[in-house]
Design a protein around this ligand. Structure first.
Ligand code: HEC
Length: 164
């Protein structure tokens, strides 16, 4: 009884294997035709570099967004947004009434310790003495850098406003 049930269930997968091989064969054939067509088009047309360039750009974009996504979640997980706000405008709920108020991270002119990526990585290690902005030295440097890159990204999105 059991054995009988297994047989029909395994049948479709057996059927699928040859059709997969078949479609792979088709792909190889297609690739063959395409490369023949490429050669037939003559040496004037730069066939190879174009698809390569596209693939590279897509890879870079995927990498960048993965880093930014990590930076964003670190910015959130470490409570930065409770003071500095979701968009970095210094309007987080925990920042209300603080003196000095949380920095509006979008306005580069306001930074006391430098607004560059490296300066922010450093600020996160030291904090801002005399303010509630504490040291985040416990966050490893690579992660502090991801946070800094995310802040730079937020600024870029907002169009880098130098004046307060
Ligand atoms: C409890 C509130 C609070 C939290 C949480 C907080 N900050 Fe701040 N942060 C401040 C305040 C207040 C200042 C402003 C200091 C000043 O005006 O000198 C500041 C300043 C800064 C500055 C500017 C430093 C400069 O050069 O002037 C940066 C960059 C910064 N914070 C990033 C962060 C990041 C990233 C996090 C999360 C890891 C974070 N802050 C978490 C309150 C906070």
């Amino acid at each position: 009884m059991r054995f009988r049930k297994v047989v029909p269930a395994s049948k479709p997968s057996q059927d699928r294997t040859p059709s997969l091989i078949h479609s792979r064969g088709l792909l190889v054939l297609l690739a063959g035709i395409l490369s023949f067509a490429a050669i037939a088009c003559g040496p004037d047309v730069p066939q190879e570099p174009v698809p390569n360039k596209i693939a590279e750009t897509q890879e870079q974009a995927a990498e960048l967004s993965a880093d930014l996504a990590s930076g964003k979640s670190l910015y959130r997980a470490n409570g930065c947004e409770t003071c500095h706000g979701v968009q970095g405008e210094g309007d987080g709920p925990a920042g209300a009434g603080l003196n000095p108020p949380p920095r509006n991270l979008l306005e580069t002119a306001g930074y006391k310790q430098g607004a560059s990526e490296q300066a922010i990585v450093q600020t996160l290690a030291t904090g801002v003495p005399g303010t509630i902005m504490q040291s985040y030295r416990h966050i490893k440097e690579a992660d502090r850098r991801l946070i800094a890159q995310y802040i730079l990204y937020l600024r870029e999105q907002a169009g880098d406003r130098p004046e307060s």
